[in-house]
Design a protein. Structure first.
Length: 171
């Protein structure tokens, strides 16, 4: 019984320290101290998707999009049902596509579209995810997956959950 209590205490202490470390890292990131944020994160093992996601955001701030993509893709392998990861993946891939050659841009755009669709499937009520997908359908050429009709259908769905966001997206 005594050993169980000690193990429970150690587990609680570890989880509390990991959570506090994640909060300190987020605070350092928000304040622009990327080095401190990254060093705090690297010290602790990942206990959720938030650690690799924050590391990816740090890499994006440093314009290291390949490292950001790697962090997010590793997190997606471990946490395939987290819509926030798919949305972040779409953002990273969009930055990579901006810098890509004409020969590889199509693959990046396809990956971006798939990530946005998956984010919306996992969190259909999240206005930012759906708005980003709508903007993709409106702005992308049809050869890359743009589709005005799909955009209209998603705007109608968005109107049911967030009328103001739907109005802004229509504009």
């Amino acid at each position: 019984m005594y050993i169980h209590a000690i193990l429970l205490f150690l587990l609680f202490a570890h989880s509390t320290l990991t959570h506090a470390n994640l909060e300190l890292s987020q605070q350092a990131f928000d304040e622009g101290n990327l080095h401190l944020a990254q060093s705090l994160l690297i010290e602790r093992p990942a206990s959720s998707y938030k650690k690799p996601l924050l590391l990816a955001h740090i890499a994006m701030r440093r314009d290291d999009y390949k490292a950001a993509r790697q962090q997010i893709e590793e997190a997606l392998n471990l946490y395939p049902t987290v819509p926030e990861l798919y949305f972040a993946h779409s953002q990273v891939v969009a930055k990579i596509a901006e810098q890509a050659s004409i020969f590889s841009v199509a693959g990046h755009i396809k990956s971006l579209k798939q990530s946005l669709i998956k984010a919306v499937e996992l969190a259909p009520e999240h206005a930012d995810y759906r708005s980003a997908l709508i903007k993709f359908y409106i702005n992308a050429p049809s050869m890359f997956g743009g589709d005005k009709q799909k955009a209209k259908r998603h705007i109608e769905k968005l109107e049911k959950t967030d009328a103001f966001s739907a109005l802004l997206t229509r504009l």
